[in-house]
Design a protein around this ligand. Structure first.
Ligand code: PMP
Length: 484
């Protein structure tokens, strides 16, 4: 029900050859020997696009304006180095997949292919496999969500869902509200759709309701159009904080009163270290929230299976947007997840992950407490990240090359702000290295901070305007996709 199955484009619409009207003009042309003849001139032969490009990129003048928001960061090159084995990377957000029972997963995939291979390798539903959507309901029930499978859209990871929601709601110049700091991958999507990002003050309990209200009123007073609040309420990336239970209804009420949709992104919700999963914001509001989930952190990011749960009318728009982008999500990946959920003890596996990440969080916090009393940091109750504030006068981005030389990597805080702030902040992740490596990484990191403090004492504060670590005040620089 509600599924739209695709007729592949080639079958439905036979290919039609392009006509000369497609930008081609017939005119008398002169060949190198000086002979004249009638020829067809294509736009790239002499067109203005070509002459306005550069030698490095002949298409420079042809790109859509939205690409101006798609910038790569100069720190990407450093991260290429950071993947070397001698470097302890506290930068990436990669789940620790070695904890998966790989033999069992391999057998599950083999069995699935042997019995359902023709379906798994075929085009599928644009909205996503109905069986998997039913199973997703069970996953979300752990967070108090009751919904209908027809309101779920399966996506290619939740990153794709972020893209779809933004595509469906944002016109250039529209405002997206979000925490300060915010998930770098979401900021990249918002920039690509030319949204304006308005950060809202957030503290150890997440978004501050009073600050949200004031921010909204300020934006409305200047005639801005606010489309949605993007929030990661649980075990935030990068802040490591969790929105308090008390604030959740307050945030929803404020948004509802101003007609602002809430986009709840919850990849880490089931990876809390203590007690039961926290009830999702979607469990408090059916109509005002689009909820995003993913199997990337609880199972395997390589499969790229996530989903959006949306109010019915929004769901329809999301399906159309998704079909136009990708036709349908991978049937193979969805059926792999589906088989895993139905034949393996996925809840026990989540428990394995939670215990493993808790031990790593403890290793990181204990080492920071012992070795870096000059800094402060958040204390995550789940998820992958610690958000650290360096002592006054230090600059995390300027410090990164020295850190890499000392064989430790992190993500500088500026990546997580659309307004160029965050110089004193650092995101440290504890999900991938084992506890001993984490302790070694923090030891190296603390050594780098101490050296910077010594330099500061000798030479005075770092001058961002002198270049090398300065930040632009607009646009988001994505460090690298796998570091998100
Ligand atoms: N949202 C947040 C907050 C994330 O941390 C991530 C992954 N780093 C994603 C979305 C995207 O995850 P995926 O596309 O793998 O589901």
């Amino acid at each position: 029900m509600g599924d739209s199955y695709h007729v592949p484009y080639e079958t439905a619409y036979p290919l039609v050859p392009a006509t000369p009207d497609d930008g081609e003009r017939r005119r008398v042309m002169t060949d190198p020997a000086g002979h004249h003849h009638l020829g067809v001139e294509r736009p790239q032969d002499s067109g203005p696009n070509r002459s306005h490009g550069s030698r490095l990129d002949p298409w420079m003048q042809s790109y859509a304006q939205r690409t101006a928001g798609m910038t790569t960061s100069e720190i990407r090159a450093l991260f290429a180095v950071a993947s070397r084995p001698e470097i302890v990377s506290l930068a990436g957000g990669m789940p620790y997949l070695s904890a998966l029972p790989m033999d069992t997963v391999a057998a599950t995939v083999a069995q699935m292919l042997a019995t359902q291979g023709l379906t798994a390798l075929q085009y599928g539903s644009g909205q996503g496999d109905p069986t998997l959507r039913e199973q997703i309901l069970e996953v979300m029930a752990l967070e108090g969500i009751s919904a209908h499978a027809d309101d779920i859209v399966v996506t290619t990871g939740s990153q794709h869902a972020l893209d779809l929601v933004t595509r469906v709601f944002i016109d250039p110049g529209d405002v997206v509200l979000t925490e300060a700091p915010s998930y770098v991958g979401a900021l990249g999507v918002f920039a690509a759709y030319q949204a304006q990002v308005a950060h809202v003050t957030s503290d150890h309990d997440g978004l501050v309701p009073q600050a949200l209200e004031e921010r909204i009123l300020g934006l409305l007073a200047t005639g801005q159009r606010i489309k949605f609040l993007y929030t990661v309420p649980n075990f935030h990336n990068p802040a490591g904080t969790t929105l308090s239970l008390q604030r959740r209804p307050q945030i929803l009420e404020i948004c509802q009163r101003h007609g602002i949709l809430v986009l709840e992104d919850n990849p880490y919700g089931l990876l809390g270290f203590d007690g039961e999963p926290i009830a999702a914001m979607r469990s408090l509001s059916e109509e005002g929230v689009v909820y995003l989930g993913t199997f990337s952190k609880t199972f395997a990011p390589g499969l790229r299976v996530g989903w959006a749960l949306a109010p019915h009318a929004v769901r329809e728009k999301l399906v159309l947007a998704s079909e136009s982008a990708i036709l349908c999500p991978s049937a193979y990946s969805q059926m792999t997840v589906s088989a895993y959920l139905s034949t393996c003890d996925w809840k026990a596996q989540i428990k394995v992950f939670r215990e493993l990440y808790r031990e790593r969080r403890d290793a990181m916090i204990e080492s920071l407490s012992a070795l870096l009393p000059q800094a402060s940091w958040t204390h995550p109750e789940g998820g992958f990240y610690v958000w650290l504030t360096l002592p006054d006068g230090l600059n995390a981005k300027a410090m990164l090359p020295r850190a890499v030389t000392e064989r430790v990597a992190y993500v500088p805080g500026t990546a997580f702000f659309a307004d160029g702030t965050g110089h004193r902040n650092v995101r440290l992740s504890y999900c991938y290295p084992d506890p001993d490596r984490i302790r070694e990484g923090v030891r190296r990191f603390a050594g780098v901070v101490q050296t910077e403090l010594d330099l500061l004492e000798t030479f005075g504060p770092y001058d961002a305007s002198a270049g090398g670590g300065g930040e632009s005040t607009s646009g988001v620089q994505s460090p690298a996709p796998d570091l998100s």
